[in-house]
Design a binder for this molecule. Structure first.
Ligand SMILES: [Zn+2]
Length: 273
């Protein structure tokens, strides 16, 4: 990996906190506007919660260049007598904080944030596909049309997705002065693949082709041990993104796969004539 700033072996799982399931716990969430940001606003919010015995399980803050923003937090008040409504009043009085909304669990121990919508990553709108849905989609497709046809279909869908992703990666790269296709792949495509949760990738490209190693690739993790190479969608996505960024058509085959019992997935990049 040529990218600077990559610290290997220090991955920390991140919970995006859109909902919490904690049976038997007394939970609440607060969603508030920042009307004028100032240094210390987060400290004051956290302090107000802490003083009343609220244990912060999750915290999200975003502020725009103009100084407006939002704070969202999930509290566990099982061990305290915290009055959720009273805390709304108190948060409201903090300088710079505007409207405060309280989100209560739909049933004890089940809290879902229905106020912060839609979700974005960067400037792109996202919908989060959980592993259970991906597994169902793959299983059902395989059951209906057979494994070989399912793999071919997923590869082709992935390829089109990859072409779209590649165009977006080039645009992001250009906006910060990255032009060289290899740099686009190393500095944008590979890090985005990881930060968006698909997996960790290592690229070794040559003129004739090359290889891609994928660690903890989500598509193969949900496949379990299928006994055969199973990352058709992701494989197609890599073929598409490479085709778009390199500007020449490549196809990608899977030579090792977690779902076939290997420790990682390995893709072989083949230059198309
Ligand atoms: Zn695989």
């Amino acid at each position: 990996m040529g990218a600077e700033g990559v610290v290997k072996g220090r991955n920390r799982p991140i919970n995006l906190g859109r909902y919490a399931v904690s049976p038997g716990r007394r939970l609440a969430a607060y969603s508030m506007d920042i009307i004028e940001n100032r240094i210390g606003i987060l400290r004051d919010v956290a302090q107000a919660a802490a003083e009343r015995g609220g244990d912060i399980l999750y915290l999200h803050l975003q502020v725009s260049e103009g100084g407006e923003g939002t704070i969202f937090l999930i509290l566990d008040a099982t061990e305290s007598a915290l009055d959720f409504e009273e805390l709304v009043e108190e948060l409201n009085e903090i300088e710079g904080v505007g409207n405060v909304d309280l989100i209560l669990p739909v049933r004890e121990g089940l809290l879902i944030d229905t106020l912060n919508f839609p979700a974005y990553v960067g400037d792109r709108r996202v919908a989060i596909m959980r592993d259970v849905l991906l597994r169902s989609a793959k299983d059902e497709l395989t059951k209906r049309i057979g494994p070989e046809a399912a793999d071919a279909l997923l590869y082709n869908i992935g390829f089109e997705m990859g072409l779209g992703a590649g165009e977006d990666h080039k645009k992001i790269a250009r906006s910060v002065g990255i032009e060289d296709p290899k740099d686009v792949l190393e500095l944008v495509t590979v890090p985005l693949f990881k930060t968006l949760g698909y997996g960790e990738a290592e690229l070794r490209l040559s003129r004739q082709g090359g290889e891609i190693r994928l660690y903890r690739n989500i598509e193969c993790e949900v496949a379990g041990v299928a006994g055969r190479a199973s990352c058709s969608l992701i494989r197609g996505m890599w073929a598409g993104v490479l085709t778009s960024v390199l500007g020449r058509e490549v196809s990608v085959e899977e030579v090792r796969c977690m779902a076939a019992g290997d420790g990682y997935c390995e893709l072989k990049v083949v230059q198309r004539a």
